[in-house]
Design a protein around this ligand. Structure first.
Ligand code: UDX
Length: 452
């Protein structure tokens, strides 16, 4: 039962990690809980701060000393370690102030839900006698594969030689060694140090995953054996939540009018998410690959995402003239609306988990070019388990890009994937309805929070 606008039940404090792909599901979860009667307070880092004006019903509290002036943001793994060390004291103060502010009101703090990357939360919650719940924003299959890295290392399987790249990773079907969710930001030791902290659950009472039973049934069964607390697959959150943007960059909505002029299923949408980077050489190959495919394309080039360039000033001479009106480039798109547009026939994606779910929800088949970490696992599942996408392997090369775009948009192969995508979309939709698995998990989560 939705309780938007009614008297609030209890307050839930959310602690998102300061990355776009983590802020989105956390605020979506906030919207879901808000529409079920809870008050929402978001305690967040100042770096990549969410915009409070897009969620006027929520309270926002910035953590002290967490801007990029205080923490170096270059190496993601080092950033996570430093952020957690910096946040501890400030978080306690934020919570104490919030508890004071809520004193005497009906909606006192019931619990804290934190992104697993913000693990400092767990200890403070315990010290303050507040129940805590973890939100994991990657797929369960990626999470399991990441946990398996310890065993693979102990058995001497990783680091692995070039010759084993395409060999199956032991006990991780359908993954090959090259699909393992390894970091490109740091060495194996540092990465495993963070993974071991993030995967550990000392005191949290439940774990929420932004996933869907019909996509990850067997991985969910496995994870339930590894953790002794309830696991709630509540996804796709962007579908269950009322629509609201949490974009850190301004969405260029002019691309929707451009899409209106294109024919059905003809456009390839290209975006590599919020963190991945490219070299100028790759940008040039991508540009000519898209141009030579002769298909219309909508391409998101995030400012600063091309090493050594501000934006697209490094595109080759003659490229713009050669594409004319057939290509449209933006800095940031309203992605969910783009994927829902009938003109979009395919998504060339880095396979971040949010992008993967958003594409599956619209039945849009994908060309997968995973860059690092969990994206590699997602790409393998998209292409080999759900079979709604093709993986572009090897280097970005214009001829390959041209061919793969045509395979997906023009050829029968792509059409078959679009048909499978439509069926998968319908199955996912059923999970979010009354009696569906995500809906049931949500009801159990609400019951649990109300029991605190
Ligand atoms: C990062 C990791 O790369 C990813 O693997 C992990 O699962 C989450 O954190 P990110 O690069 O941000 O993710 O990708 P993704 O998970 O796909 O999230 C990107 C979000 O930004 C999506 O919700 C997408 O809709 C949104 N987006 C992207 C836009 O709104 N506009 C754009 O132009 C591009």
């Amino acid at each position: 039962m939705k309780k938007e606008g009614r008297r609030r039940l209890r307050r839930v404090v959310l602690v998102p990690a300061p990355f776009q792909g983590h802020i989105n599901p956390m605020l979506q979860l906030g919207r879901i809980l808000y529409s079920n009667g809870f008050s929402i307070t978001v305690v967040h880092a100042q770096y990549n701060s969410p915009n409070p004006s897009t969620h006027p019903d929520f309270s926002f509290i910035p953590l002290p000393d967490t801007s990029s002036d205080h923490i170096s943001t270059g190496d993601l793994v080092a950033f996570v370690l430093e952020l957690n060390a910096k946040c501890k004291a400030g978080f306690r103060e934020c919570l104490a102030a919030e508890a004071m502010r809520q004193q005497g009101s009906d909606d006192g703090i019931a619990c804290i839900i934190y992104d697993d990357y913000m693990y400092f939360t767990q200890e403070t919650a315990k010290d303050m006698n507040l129940p805590s719940i973890i939100l994991r924003t990657i797929s369960v299959s990626s999470f399991l594969a990441r946990n398996a890295l310890f065993q693979l290392k102990a058995e001497g399987h990783i680091p692995f030689p070039e010759s084993k790249t395409h060999d199956p990773a032991p006990e991780l079907y359908p993954l090959r060694f090259k699909d393992l969710p390894l970091s490109i930001f740091t060495n194996l030791e540092n990465f495993l140090q963070v993974v071991s902290i993030v995967s550990d659950n000392k005191t949290s009472l439940a774990i929420i995953h932004n996933t869907i039973d019909c996509l990850e049934n067997s991985s969910l069964a496995k994870i339930r054996q590894q953790y002794q607390v309830p696991i709630f697959p509540i996804g796709p959150m962007h579908r269950i939540a009322s629509a609201s943007s949490s974009s850190l960059l301004e969405e260029d909505i002019s691309c929707l009018a451009w899409l209106d002029k294109q024919s059905c299923n003809s456009v390839i949408y290209v975006s590599l998410g919020s963190i991945a980077f490219m070299d100028v050489k790759d940008l040039v190959e991508m540009a000519w690959g898209l141009a030579n495919s002769q298909q219309p394309f909508l391409w998101v080039v995030r400012p600063g995402s091309i090493r050594g360039a501000e934006w697209i000033e490094v595109l080759p001479q003659g490229f713009k003239e050669s594409i004319g009106e057939r290509g449209y480039i933006v800095k940031w798109a309203p992605q969910q609306e783009v994927l829902a547009h009938g003109a979009v026939g395919g998504f060339l994606s880095h396979c971040g988990w949010n992008s993967t779910l958003e594409s599956i929800c619209e039945g849009v088949p994908m060309i997968c070019i995973p860059c690092f970490g969990d994206q590699r696992v997602n790409a393998r599942y998209v292409s080999h388990i759900w079979r709604v996408g093709l993986e572009l392997e090897g280097k970005l090369e214009r001829g390959e890009i041209e061919r793969v775009v045509r395979r997906l948009i023009v050829d029968e192969e792509g059409n078959e994937m679009r048909k499978r995508g439509k069926i998968l979309k319908e199955r996912v939709e059923l999970c979010t309805r009354d009696g569906g698995s995500s809906n049931n998990s949500l009801n159990k989560l609400i019951e649990l929070i109300m029991s605190f």
